[in-house]
Design a protein around this ligand. Sequence first.
Ligand code: SF4
Length: 357
Amino acid sequence: MRHGTSMKVTRRDFIKSSLFLGGSLLLSPSPLYAQQKKGKRWQPAYEKLDREGQLAQRIKEAYAIFEHCELCPRECGVNRRKGERGFCRAPARLVISSAQPHFGEELSLVGKNGSGTIFFSNCNLRCIFCQNWPIAHEGRGKEAQDEDLADQMLYLQKIGCHNINLVTPTHVMPNILNATRIALKKGLHLPLVYNTSGYERSEMLKLLDGVVDIYLPDMKYMDADKAARYSSGASDYPDVTKEAIIEMNRQVGGHLIDKRGVALRGLMIRHLVMPNRVAGTEKFIKWVADNLPKSTYVNIMSQYRVEYRAFDYPEIARGITVQEFLEAMDWAEKQGLTNLDPQSVAVRDFYQQRRSN
Ligand code: SF4
């Protein structure tokens, strides 16, 4: 999920424009480029899965889970089809907050025309510093049928977006599968981006194997007590999210882009640096280096903002310092991570240069 996207023109926007204008040298080393046959368009994973006759079966299996909902690690066991609600408070029907092109995501997702983001209401994690709290905590949005979601996907494709970016998708995964198949029959061919807090069960992710092309998980904390304190008692977050990310990597592998630099497939991990090292950034980086390829795409994010109830927690009731961001980037370099988000690298370079002047 996205953190710290601001409407103001910020230093980050400035750096992003610079990257578009001529910063190709700043892009991560050794990206994977897709080999495409001339004249042939890229085929998303779900297209192949449907051709093999497996997508319909996945939808059936996923929908059955609604009757005893264990879609996420909360494992509430409620029957959402009968109107019961679990921790996420979500009904079995979709609730959608918005569907629009977004230009604040990673550059390879934004490309020229934007990432086609669809924000789902409600959330299975509910962090106290959530910047989308009216949507995630209060469930503001509009109820929709799977057919409506399919239409929104097709609309985003029609206006030129490079992907369908499903924000907070975990609790509506069955609806997403169904909508994808409906949209596929009407011509959808964009990669699906599964933009998640990372609080996922790896068993459920297996239903997405061959459906999702790009996984965009957060790794928010490395310590159980921090996860419990800031994310509604989810003390199992570090363990289940690590397992989930390993599964995501198994399914989609490294960050693959086309010749325009637009993402087609792969794992992209987000880690938000928080004040007073509460996110366990050093441990996170070490974990990536020890458990995933060093070329894994990692976005170390500097845009933590004090939001929602974070004002009541003194240790996170401020933005991060330059030093907190730079030490995080240093750890990544020391651990030999080779595919850091280019915007984070640009922000680091900007501050390093300023310090040396
Ligand atoms: S998706 Fe919602 S109802 Fe289902 S297990 Fe998770 S929190 Fe509970």
